[in-house]
Write a protein that binds this ligand. Structure first.
Ligand code: GLU
Length: 478
């Protein structure tokens, strides 16, 4: 194939091409394919905020891809490159992602063209509140219709401002807190939301490695233990994924790619150390215990076992796909592999764990937060101590046995302490996330393995998701 002669589609076209590739294998009622593919609406707003003595005009978007379930869900991105094509692509991915992990939402996405580093906290608050006001007055922020969340350039701080802005505009809405997710725990958030997307990447890889026949497709063997990773982007998602995989699963991070270059080390990088360095110096350059590579993107092509693009869309494209050596790619970012690159990699036999599955941990825990807000009670509050009391009954019996059997038997040290403790909110969130990631993988796996015409996990993911969305539309009489 002459990759050089081909032109790269836009992000939205890329998502549509992948959708088309999957839908060609389905037998949908006439017209439904188009209905699912198109973005229902995109609202563009331009608003002014008086800053430093003059009025600054900002452009923002909120795109609703599919309302087959409501509310619609998806993050708000603050970045200079935000544009309509991008929010529409991301909104479409949200529809499929929510369907795949069975969170009862349609897909949406928002964005504001801004470089958040150019403004101080007070200025950011005024800009965010004004954007939230513009969206809320059109029900594009609303607990039952449209529930934003963090994305690139936004986090707990922005979500808290948005929630407060909505509450000020809807003083009698008892469910106001459910208007946005990703809030800090002290402002109606849930424990484990910040780590959720990275944690989901870890659970996704763990589940992949529980399927040796899938692992064999990539040419890898064994377990996660000892696998060499390259991570692109040490933001919230990349940092947590790299941290958990290296600290808990025995993986070795041999490359970290950032805006200003990359760090490589065959001995393995200290994720916490690099993260702290970036926090202090704004980039990876100058970090002592690794080799610095100025052309960071070139490190995507280095030898490794697992490549984790966790930054922007389109980083693996027609220009570099043929040179990617990783046998396994897990898309922690949305859309890091373009449709053209996907085809090249598929032909090379690279296994790709697709974005709509791999990074679904964020929206999954957002779902738990939304449910918590609507139920007005923290998970585990009713049953935790009751669970502990029941466990205590068993422990007491075991203690009697321990006494009775003398030297012949004794309880494992720590058992009592570990068994007695009822699950707190964080443990419940992690358990719910783990379950979700396992179930969704198994649905993709079953689709991949049961049909000869389904050649990869991305196509399988689309098929599972589109089937569910189609059923929803059909049930509505469409
Ligand atoms: N922005 C995240 C995503 O792309 C999270 C969305 C959410 O929690 O609603 O999936």
């Amino acid at each position: 194939m002459d990759a050089g002669a081909r032109t790269e589609p836009t992000f939205r076209e890329s998502v549509d091409l992948m959708f088309n590739h999957a839908v060609a294998l389905m037998d949908l009622p006439p017209g439904l394919e188009d209905k699912i593919r198109v973005c229902n609406s995109t609202y563009t707003v331009r608003f002014g905020v008086k800053l430093r003595g003059s009025i600054h005009t900002f452009t923002g978007y909120r795109s609703v891809h599919s309302e087959h379930m409501e509310p619609v869900k998806g993050g708000i991105r603050f970045a200079l490159g935000v544009n309509q094509d991008e929010v529409e692509a991301l909104a479409a991915l949200m529809t499929y992602k929510c369907a795949l992990v069975e969170t009862p939402f349609g897909g949406s996405k928002g964005g504001l063209c801004i470089d958040p580093r150019e403004y101080d906290a007070d200025e950011m608050e005024r800009i965010t509140r004004r954007f939230a006001y513009e969206l809320a007055k059109r029900d594009l922020i609303n607990p039952s219709q449209n529930v934003p969340a963090p994305d690139m350039g936004t986090g707990e701080r922005e979500m808290a401002w948005i929630a407060d802005q909505y509450a000020r505009m809807n003083t009698t809405d008892i469910n106001a807190r459910a208007c946005v997710t990703g809030k800090p725990p002290h402002a109606g958030g849930i424990k484990g939301r910040v780590e959720a997307t990275g944690r989901g990447v870890q659970y996704a890889l763990q589940e992949f490695f529980r399927h040796p026949e899938d692992v064999a497709e990539s040419g890898l063997t064994g377990t996660l233990d000892g696998k060499r990773l390259i991570v692109q982007g040490l933001g919230n998602v990349g940092y947590h994924a790299a941290k958990f995989l290296s600290e808990e699963d025995g993986c070795k991070v041999i490359g970290i790619i950032e805006r200003d270059g990359a760090l490589v080390s065959d001995a393995g990088l200290d994720v916490e150390g690099v993260y702290a360095w970036i926090g202090k110096h704004g980039g990876v350059k100058g970090y002592a215990d690794a080799t610095y590579v100025e052309n960071g993107a070139s490190v995507l092509e280095n030898e490794c076992d697992i490549l984790i693009p966790a930054a922007l869309e389109g980083v693996i494209n027609l220009g570099n796909a043929a040179d990617i050596k990783a046998p396994l790619i897990i898309e922690a970012a949305n859309g890091p592999v373009t449709a053209g690159a996907d085809e090249i990699l598929r032909q090379k036999g690279t296994v790709i764990i697709p974005d709509m599955y791999a990074n679904a941990g964020g929206v999954t825990v957002s779902y738990f937060e939304w449910v918590k807000n609507l139920s007005h009670i923290r998970f585990g509050r009713m049953q935790r101590r009751q669970e502990e009391n029941r466990h205590l009954l068993i422990v007491r019996e075991l203690e009697r046995l321990d006494e009775h059997l003398g030297d012949n038997w004794s309880m494992t040290s720590n058992f009592k302490e570990k068994y007695l403790r009822g699950a707190d909110e964080l443990e419940l969130v992690r358990s719910g996330l783990d379950d979700t990631m396992r179930e969704a993988y198994q649905a993709m796996h079953a689709m991949w393995r049961s049909r000869d015409d389904v050649k990869d996990l991305r196509t399988a993911a689309y098929l599972v998701a589109i089937e569910r969305v189609a059923k929803s539309y059909t049930a509505k009489g469409l």
